[in-house]
Ligand binder design. Structure first.
Ligand code: SF4
Length: 284
């Protein structure tokens, strides 16, 4: 199964997004998908280009709107595996409202955030993931605001799958994406994906020194939401691995009342001449 295409990524050499692209391609192949069974929907930002770099259905949407498109796609075609992807600015600033509600809606979608803690495409401004004191062109005296923790945010609004990874860990990231695809419900995978051009603080070396894999925490239980929240707070949002999973909660599309098991793409929605005439008469 070939998820590579002929498009050469337009990312800076060393950008973390290369590994995320490779991990999605490997994970899709490992779970046995064919290219026509996968759709990748993205927003705007350097990372938003990813939907054009994978051999599958791709939709490069508008800023912060990858998730509404992905959810519409999934509702219309249940057969598709849908991955939404974007950056931390896309998902946690302009798209934050969609992110929160997509998490609590729990549709069967995998959302991969390439989190580099800065805006790369617009040449280096503070993002909602930048730490307090972070100096950029938009915050020359240092950011006054505090950084959002995607993990704690997701846990607090009822996420059923929360994971975090580092783009240098190709194997671990691939495994988490496979788990996210297989999870029945919404899976958030936040990936530390360094911007080598504009973020000189949160570098590869910085992450290597600061991340805390959950498998190094004795007795860590990814099925306990309260403990997952406490561990994330204790380790300043830098946990990596499967942080939380709830396999009991059914996805939205299995629960919504009166909705047919098949999506619109599989239904015959044409009206007979008789039904069409009735409809016209009703509104005449
Ligand atoms: Fe990657 Fe940063 Fe370059 Fe954008 S500007 S491609 S995020 S390294």
């Amino acid at each position: 199964k070939e998820f590579r295409n002929n498009v050469k990524p337009n990312w800076c050499p060393g950008c973390g997004d290369f590994s995320v692209q490779a991990s999605i391609q490997r994970a899709a192949a490992n779970v046995g998908l064919e290219p026509e069974q996968l759709a990748v929907v993205s927003g705007i930002g350097c990372s938003g280009r990813i939907s054009g770099y994978i051999n599958c259905y791709g939709f490069h949407g508008v800023h912060g709107r990858a998730l509404p498109i992905a959810q519409g796609l999934k509702m219309a075609n249940r057969e598709l595996t849908v991955i939404a992807a974007g950056g931390d600015g896309d998902g946690f600033a302009i798209g934050m409202g969609h992110t929160v509600h997509a998490i609590r809606r729990n549709m069967n979608i995998t959302y991969i955030v390439m989190d580099n803690q800065i805006y790369g495409l617009t040449k280096g401004q503070t993002s909602p993931r930048s730490a307090t004191g972070f100096v950029t062109k938009s915050t020359p005296a240092g950011s006054i605001e505090s950084a959002i923790s995607p993990i704690e945010l997701a846990l607090s609004v009822g996420a059923t799958f929360v994971a975090q990874s580092f783009s240098s860990d190709l194997k671990g990231l691939t495994e988490l994406i496979e788990m996210g695809i297989k999870h029945e419900g919404f899976s958030l995978i936040n990936v530390f994906s360094p911007c080598v051009t504009y973020n000189k603080v949160n570098t590869y070396d910085w992450f290597k020194e600061n991340i805390v894999p959950v498998d190094t925490i004795e007795g860590y239980d990814p099925h306990n939401r309260i403990k997952a929240m406490a561990a994330s707070m204790e380790h300043k949002g830098l946990l990596t691995g499967l942080i939380y999973q709830n396999k009991e909660q059914k996805p939205y599309e299995q629960l919504v009342a009166g909705f047919k098991e098949q999506g619109l793409a599989s239904q015959d929605i044409r009206l007979s001449d008789e039904d069409f005439a009735k409809l016209v008469a009703e509104f005449a």
